[in-house]
Design a protein around this ligand. Structure first.
Ligand code: FAD
Length: 379
């Protein structure tokens, strides 16, 4: 029998494919990683513009409480001290996020946790009373859910129109379950994540991908479906597939839907545009949802001013059409049951590993993707 050239043909060089290749290579396995894009790294890829790493496929902030994952990524490249603390702009007035004492002081001028809690309780009670008057006990939609969880001021200024821009639908037409909880912090703490660790790789995400793929054979601009590798058994004993699951099965049950985001990126001729990496625009009069100023992920203090330019990206929530970037799975019943049909098909493919957000039709943050691959190799 002729031995295949590779142990693994890995389709996709995102974090799943690259981490898989790292551990397989370490075990002495022969791997080939192919990607249809002109570069490696999947969605964490950054493009250098004016000396700044620009997150081309959306801003990525690494965060985890899993020490093993944190130590692992830091063993590939050390991470910086970036702490995510977004700001919201509603009709020109700024509010700190996530909802915390700074936000409540900005909204109401309150100074103590008791004052803030009293204001929230008063507004929550108003919402519950209104529902009761309508003869309703359970929130019927996202609007009622948010009003009963946080009250009208936070909802109207920081949630309502932002959510409507994100989903392209009115909050009264969105299901309540989208918002399960709205955590409120009665401390002056703008750190968005509750995780123990967060940061950005020093030198950017491409360094992480380069480190993971060091010594591994890779090919870009190669689409699995339109290349010799579609006949993968000729080349490898096993296939690791991280592309779209419906495409793998030739859409035989139909196409899965996604939500997507489009970006308008520009260079600003000033060192500091908005003073923060992330600013959410929470009112309808601004068509985009967020503005990302990429340098703030990696440049701090004087470093911001050492580069006289800056790069900003406006983010627009966009209805997905085939050919666009598939970003977020749509977890409604139609799409979930379609995805289940495809998942059932994967059970018959014993020499194929389906992994990552596209092949599993599941949203994953970066750390859980790495954790999953670590666990596969720990077994
Ligand atoms: P991907 O990174 O998408 O990689 C899949 C790769 O497969 C791509 O390179 C693609 O080109 C390739 N491919 C697909 N089909 C084929 C084919 N037919 N032939 C060859 N190659 C193919 N996570 C966080 O932890 N923090 C964040 O702040 C964060 N922000 C995000 C923002 C956005 C807009 C999105 C969409 C996701 C964000 N994530 C974030 C999640 C993060 O992007 C994912 O966890 C990670 O990308 C998953 O890696 P992956 O390998 O599964 O997928």
């Amino acid at each position: 029998m002729i031995m295949a050239k590779y142990d693994y043909l890995i389709v996709g060089s995102g974090l799943f494919g690259a981490t898989f290749a790292y551990f397989a290579h370490k075990q002495g396995k022969r791997c080939l990683v192919i990607d249809k894009r002109p570069q490696l790294g999947g969605n964490v890829y950054c493009e250098k513009i004016e000396g700044i790493n620009v997150h081309k496929y959306g801003a990525h902030i690494f965060h985890t409480s899993n020490k093993k994952v944190w130590d692992f990524v830091n063993s590939i490249v050390p991470f910086n001290r970036y702490t995510n603390s977004p700001v919201a702009n509603f009709h020109g007035k700024l509010y700190n996020l996530p909802f915390n004492m700074n936000t409540f002081a900005e909204l109401w001028g309150v100074r103590t946790p008791e004052e803030a809690q009293a204001k929230i309780d008063e507004q929550k009670a108003e919402a519950v009373a209104k529902m009761k008057a309508d003869g309703v006990t359970e929130p019927r939609n996202l609007e009622e859910q948010a009003l009963t969880l946080i009250g009208k001021d936070v909802y109207e200024k920081l949630i309502k129109e932002y959510t409507e821009k994100q989903w392209g639908r009115k909050c009264t037409e969105l299901p309540a379950f989208i918002i399960k909880r709205l955590p409120v912090r009665l401390v002056f703490d703008n750190n968005y994540f509750n995780d123990s660790y967060q940061g950005i790789p020093i030198g950017g995400y491409n360094k992480l991908i380069e480190g993971l793929l060091a010594g591994v054979e890779t090919k870009v601009n190669v689409d699995f479906f339109n290349s010799e590798y579609h006949d993968w058994q000729k080349y490898a004993d096993k296939l690791v597939y991280t592309g779209q699951i419906d495409e793998f099965f030739d859409y035989k049950y139909g196409r899965l839907n996604w939500r997507t985001v489009s970006f308008k990126t520009r260079v600003e001729d000033k060192p500091n545009y908005q003073g923060n990496a992330v600013v959410n625009y929470t009112s309808h009069d601004v068509p985009y949802t967020r503005v990302i100023e990429h340098k703030h992920f990696e440049m701090f203090g004087q470093q911001v001013y050492d580069n006289p330019k800056t790069v900003v990206s406006e983010e627009y929530s966009t209805e997905y059409k085939p050919g666009m970037e598939p970003y977020y799975p749509v977890n409604d019943t139609t799409n979930n049951s379609l995805a289940d049909k495809y998942r059932a098909e994967t059970a018959h493919q014993l020499d194929i590993i389906f992994g990552g957000r596209l092949a599993e039709y599941k949203y994953y943050d970066m750390a859980p993707i790495i954790e999953k691959v670590i666990q596969m190799f720990d077994k």
